[in-house]
Design a protein around this ligand. Structure first.
Ligand SMILES: C[S@@+](CC[C@H](N)C(=O)[O-])C[C@H]1O[C@@H](n2cnc3c(N)ncnc32)[C@H](O)[C@@H]1O
Length: 255
């Protein structure tokens, strides 16, 4: 849908390849009921793109996307000398590979499996990544689905085995998880995701300090999706209404 905007916030010429009628209908029902879901996702994509562009400009040559889904940044931001590697469940990667190969596009390097269980740094090393070189992890659209201890354990393993990395992720407020936003539309959105997508939001953060104290990572940037909206498309702020202050991003750096 972004391509039809007067001022698109990002480009993804591959997105339509992954849609079928059923998925499109389901998504249209969702955003008909809860238009702000699409709005907040737009700023999430935008801030992750900006983070990637900034990292590449700073000289980062390795990009890893845990829980990549149908992320096509490896192709959209293809840059000589920069390697990308996606991580996802085997079924997701297999589907993605088939879609791309049917269109004559080679998929980027990928690691199939549960990134919470596999030895991700070891697998990246086997895939040719240099664990001593700076690496960007784009961990988009994942944290809200994972138990909090598993989030910290995952970061702790990266911290122990990858000396220089940046990890960018988006996250929800605990008010979404606990249904205490005081906003009935927001609460109904949580219910809708659980009922219609089988996707339960289980973790949110109202305080990021645990990433510094528990993981010894440094917060180098953080903000609300509303901040991104105000910077890129302030006219859309009213459409974000019920998500205001509830969906944010954070960029951590090993130190
Ligand atoms: C909500 S989608 C987000 C996809 C993409 N990063 C984006 O933001 O558009 C979450 C993706 O993460 C994958 N995922 C979640 N937990 C995972 C895990 N523990 N191991 C591997 N993949 C996982 C799912 O299969 C799914 O493709």
């Amino acid at each position: 849908m972004e391509k039809d905007e007067a001022r698109p916030l990002f480009e993804d010429p591959f997105a339509a390849w992954f849609n079928d009628e059923e998925a499109t209908a389901k998504f249209r029902d969702l955003i008909h009921a809860f238009p702000a879901v699409r709005e907040t996702a737009r700023y999430r994509v935008r801030i992750m793109n900006e983070t990637l562009e900034r990292a590449i400009a700073d000289g980062v040559k390795q990009v890893v996307t845990p829980g990549a889904g149908f992320d096509m940044r490896a192709h959209i931001f293809r840059t000589p000398g920069v390697s990308f590697c996606e991580v996802d469940q085997p079924g997701v990667l297999e589907f993605k590979r088939k879609v791309l190969e049917a269109r004559g596009v080679a998929p980027c390097a990928a690691i199939a499996g549960n990134y919470l269980e596999l030895d991700l740094p070891g697998e990246l090393g086997q895939a040719g990544f240099d664990l001593e070189a700076p690496t960007l992890f784009i961990w988009e659209g994942n944290t809200m689905y994972l138990p909090v201890d598993l989030i910290h354990d995952f970061l702790a393993r990266l911290r122990a085995q990858v000396p220089r990395f940046i990890v960018a992720f988006d996250y929800f407020s605990e008010h979404i998880i606990n249904r205490t936003s005081g906003n009935d539309t927001m609460t109904a959105t949580s219910d809708y995701f659980e009922t219609n997508f089988g996707a339960k939001w289980v973790t949110g953060f109202d305080d990021l300090s645990a990433f510094e104290t528990r993981n010894q990572l440094k917060i180098i940037r953080a903000g609300a999706m509303l901040d991104v909206c105000m910077r890129c498309a302030p006219e859309s702020a009213p459409a974000l209404a019920e998500w205001t202050g509830l969906h944010s991003y954070c960029v951590l750096e090993s130190c």
